[in-house]
Ligand binder design. Structure first.
Ligand code: ZN
Length: 94
């Protein structure tokens, strides 16, 4: 079974939310986040999260340092993305 088949076959078996800050959607633990938020990430980040993901890490709870590094990078990217989005909205009121 390849990685795509593995992830698709994994259901929602434990409490696990989307990793997007503030998102409360439940997603299967094999997935990083809900579909809209996953695709909100730049392709480069998605590719690297996907590459670093090792099937079963969400069960063994032993993600590799490479996965944790890129997962942190994604959180950083989201923070900057949300800040960028906030600035023009405030600026237009001035
Ligand atoms: Zn989400």
């Amino acid at each position: 079974m390849n990685k795509v088949q593995y992830v698709r076959s994994q259901g929602q078996f434990q409490d696990h939310g989307c990793h997007w800050p503030g998102c409360t959607r439940q997603v299967p633990p094999a997935k990083w986040g809900c579909t809209p938020h996953w695709f909100a990430l730049p392709k480069d980040l998605r590719d690297r999260i996907w590459k670093a993901y090792v099937p079963g890490q969400e069960i063994a709870k032993n993600p590799s340092p490479a996965y944790l590094a890129v997962a942190n990078e994604a959180q950083q990217w989201i923070r900057e993305f949300l800040e960028r989005k906030a600035v023009p909205a405030q600026g237009s009121l001035l």
